[in-house]
Design a protein. Structure first.
Length: 146
């Protein structure tokens, strides 16, 4: 009886770990909008992954280098130079980065014009998530420091 109980408990424990989603990332505890600002305004960044509703769109940004200025200007330099805006705020405990490329209509930069939740932010990597209010689809955008 003791062996059955131990086996059952061990099985439940293993199943609980397997049931955790690896996609359910959270912000590093205690990170603030000010810390995110300090990190992302230092240096240049490259998009290493962008999925829009499950579709890999990373190649749309492969030639671009992004810089986030402390004044809120977001510049993408590559085949063409695109200029947008960014900021960071805190909403319900999440750091949010609204990105806007106003001159782009129905192009790749229009698709990243969203309010992004910060999943992780380190000196080398920035991972963002946007959930569509229309259909609940999830977009994921990752930058790495160059």
């Amino acid at each position: 009886m003791k062996n059955i109980l131990c086996t059952t408990l061990l099985s439940l424990l293993i199943l609980s770990f397997i049931g955790c989603s690896k996609d359910d990332k959270t912000v590093a505890p205690g990170i603030t909008a000010a810390q995110v600002n300090t990190i992302i305004t230092e240096g240049s960044w490259k998009v290493t992954s962008y999925t829009e509703a499950g579709n890999d769109e990373t190649s749309n940004f492969s030639t671009y280098t992004f810089t986030f200025s402390p004044e809120g200007v977001l510049t993408a330099t590559g085949a063409k130079t695109k200029v947008g805006t960014w900021s960071s705020t805190t909403d319900s405990g999440l750091v949010i980065i609204p990105v806007a490329f106003a001159s782009e209509v129905d192009g790749p930069f229009e698709s990243i014009t969203e309010d992004w939740s910060v999943l992780t932010c380190t000196n080398l990597k920035l991972e963002l998530k946007h959930t569509s209010g229309d259909d609940g689809s999830i977009d994921l955008l990752s930058f790495e420091k160059m």
